[in-house]
Ligand binder design. Structure first.
Ligand SMILES: Nc1ncnc2c1ncn2[C@@H]1O[C@H](COP(=O)(O)OP(=O)(O)OP(=O)(O)O)[C@@H](O)[C@H]1O
Ligand SMILES: [Mg+2]
Length: 275
């Protein structure tokens, strides 16, 4: 009776020489939810994102968006089907303005019609429309004031929000976010949490989120999938996952092996400041 998921990942696997970075992972993301993908460093989260977005070919397995298999489709084709992402290492055009960066996201849609229109009045009208739309998106992420600044001059947290605005310009149904809070201070993280909630609650967007900030993950996500050494070790609500013995062990183990990293036990901040 439940609707089929917007994103369905089945048996997804990626090998790098001897290493199985992602090992037969199943994942189902329901429409209109925020789904968290968590796990210690090197667990395979970004590799899974790369296969879903099409920048990396799987060794085995399938990715379906709204029931349609995406096998072999180039990233831009997936974007056209409603899939957008941001990157763990920010990718913006530093020398362009903030507004121009957002317009590059709109450009995929503009350019589809560009061939015949060229520099016709129709095209210029469309470009004006694109500028207005880009400004709306900047307002939505709280960057209106920065529209005409050089993107590379923005503080780190603002660059992350700019990447989100650019991804939204593609009008996705599903947005993949790879560590959007990385490098943010607590105030920025709090604002990000509110922004991501609005994307789900006001725009009905579906989010798949990789994030190490556990207070943010626990308060935002409807469901979580946990990876460790490429394998799915748990899947469920935040409360279920937090209590899962394999998850506790994975995080405690990682905490011991990598003391001093930003991550920790998923329950390390049960009353975290972010709510
Ligand atoms: N192109 C590649 N070639 C070889 N090994 C790779 C490649 N990309 C990733 N790996 C390895 O695959 C494993 C999973 O890496 P991945 O980046 O997906 O982890 P992650 O869960 O995103 O970690 P983090 O939380 O640190 O970002 C790691 O052992 C990594 O070294
Ligand atoms: Mg990663």
């Amino acid at each position: 009776m439940s609707a089929s998921p917007l994103l369905a990942v089945e048996g997804l696997t990626r090998r790098f020489q001897g290493l199985v970075a992602v090992d037969s992972v199943d994942l189902a993301v329901r429409e209109g939810t925020v789904h968290g993908l968590i796990g210690p460093n090197g667990a395979g989260k970004t590799t899974l994102f790369n296969m879903v977005s099409g920048v990396l070919a799987p060794s085995a397995g399938t990715v379906r968006l709204d029931g349609r298999a995406l096998d072999g489709l180039a990233p831009y084709r997936r974007t056209a089907l409603g899939l957008a992402r941001t990157f763990q290492n920010i990718r913006i055009f530093s020398e362009m303005t903030v507004l121009e960066n957002v317009m590059t996201g709109l450009h995929t849609r503009l350019s589809a019609r560009l061939g015949i229109l060229l520099r016709s009045p129709g095209f210029r009208a469309e470009e004006r429309g694109a500028k207005a739309r880009a400004r709306d998106l900047l307002a939505f992420v709280g960057l209106s004031e920065a529209a005409d600044l050089r993107a590379g001059a923005l503080p780190y947290g603002d660059q992350r929000r700019l990447e989100i605005a650019r991804a939204l310009a593609c009008e996705p149904r599903l947005l993949l976010l790879d560590e959007p809070a990385a490098g943010m201070n607590p105030a920025e993280t709090h604002a990000l949490l509110a922004l991501l909630r609005r994307l789900r609650d006001e725009r009905g967007l579906t989010l798949l989120l990789v994030e190490h900030d556990m207070p943010l993950v626990m308060s935002l996500c409807d469901r979580l999938t946990v990876l460790n050494f490429g394998r799915r070790i748990a899947d469920g609500t935040p409360a279920e996952v937090r209590a899962h013995p394999a998850v506790i062990e994975a995080y405690l183990g990682a905490g011991t092996a990598q003391a001093g990293t930003a991550q920790g036990h998923p329950d390390a901040h049960p009353q975290g400041a972010v709510s």
